[in-house]
Design a protein around this ligand. Structure first.
Ligand SMILES: [Zn+2]
Ligand SMILES: [Zn+2]
Length: 268
C-alpha cells in the first residue's frame, strides 16, 4: 500500500490492532450481541442514576419531560431483567443455532474509510428506520398484534432508560434480525456495522431517557431530522404518533408526526 492510499484509511491502525490482539473476540458470533447488550447497559446506567436522584439534581430535572412521572426501582428492575432474560434465553440460543447453520464470516484485512463508515452507517440507520416505522405502525393498528407483541413496551407512559429494551421476544428477535441482515444486504464492513450498532443503541436509549437535554442529538442535528427523546416520549404518551425510531421524515410524510407538549414543573 502506498502512503497516499494509507491516509484515506485512518481507521487502519485501529483495525490492525483489533485483528492482531482481539481476533478471537471480534470473530466470535457472540460479539455483535455482546456489543449491543453492553451498549444498552453502558448508556442506560448514567440515566438510571439520574432517575434515582430525581429532583435532588435540579440542573438535570429541569429537562425531565414528564416531571410528575418518576420511574420506581421496581419498574427499572423489571425492564432491565426483562431485557436480560430475553437475551439469555432467546437471543443467545438463536446465536448458538446460527453457529451451526450459517457460514462463518471472514474479517477483511483493510479497514473501512471514514467515508464508508459514514455513508454505509447512514444507509443502515435509514433502512432500519424504515423497517421499524412500517412494523411499528402495523403493530399499533392491529389490536391483536399490539396486545401480544408490542404492548409490553408501552407499559409505562413515561419512558426511562432501562425501558428501551422492555420488549417482547418477537419484537426483540425482529429488531435483532434486521440488525443482522441489513449490514449483509448493504455489504457493510464489520467495523462500520459495530460503530452503527453502538450508535443506534445510543439513539434508542436517548429516545427513552425521559429528559429533553439541550445537547442531545435531536438538538445538535439541524432541521429536526432526528426525533430523539421529545418525539419518542410523545409516542409513549400518545401512541398513535411518532412511529419512527430515529429520523422524523416518515412521520412527517405520513402525517403521524406530533410535537411534544412539555409539561412544566409547578415548583420551578
Ligand atoms: Zn419506546
Ligand atoms: Zn409503540
Amino acid at each position: 500500500l502506498s502512503l497516499s492510499h494509507e491516509t484515506y484509511r485512518l481507521l487502519q491502525p485501529l483495525w490492525d490492532y483489533m485483528l492482531l490482539h482481539h481476533r478471537p473476540l471480534i470473530s466470535s458470533p457472540f460479539f455483535p450481541v455482546l456489543l449491543a447488550f453492553s451498549s444498552y447497559l453502558f448508556f442506560s446506567i448514567p440515566f438510571a442514576v439520574l432517575d434515582i436522584l430525581g429532583d435532588r439534581v435540579p440542573f438535570f430535572y429541569q429537562y425531565k419531560i414528564q416531571p410528575d412521572r418518576k420511574p420506581t426501582l421496581g419498574m427499572m428492575a423489571k425492564s432491565f431483567l426483562t431485557a436480560l432474560y430475553n437475551h439469555i434465553f432467546f437471543v443467545l440460543p438463536t446465536v448458538i443455532i446460527g453457529v451451526f447453520i450459517l457460514p462463518l464470516p471472514t474479517l477483511p484485512q483493510d479497514a473501512p474509510t471514514l467515508y464508508e463508515v459514514f455513508v454505509d452507517g447512514l444507509a443502515m440507520l435509514l433502512l432500519f428506520d424504515t423497517q421499524y416505522y412500517i412494523w411499528h405502525f402495523i403493530h399499533h393498528k392491529h389490536s391483536q398484534l399490539y396486545r401480544w407483541i408490542h404492548a409490553i413496551h408501552h407499559e409505562y407512559m413515561a419512558p426511562f432508560s432501562w425501558s428501551t429494551e422492555q420488549l417482547s421476544i418477537p419484537e426483540l428477535m425482529t429488531v435483532g434480525l434486521w440488525s443482522n441482515q441489513d449490514p449483509i444486504i448493504l455489504k457493510c464492513h464489520p467495523l462500520t456495522t459495530w460503530f452503527t450498532t453502538v450508535f443506534s443503541l445510543w439513539m434508542s436509549v436517548e429516545d427513552h431517557i425521559g429528559y429533553d437535554l439541550p445537547w442531545a442529538l435531536n438538538h445538535l442535528v439541524p432541521f429536526g431530522l432526528f426525533g430523539g427523546a421529545p418525539a419518542h416520549d410523545m409516542h409513549h404518551q400518545k401512541p398513535s404518533s411518532n412511529y419512527a425510531p430515529f429520523f422524523s421524515h416518515w412521520d412527517r410524510i405520513f402525517g403521524t408526526a406530533v410535537p411534544l407538549k412539555k409539561k412544566t414543573l409547578k415548583k420551578f
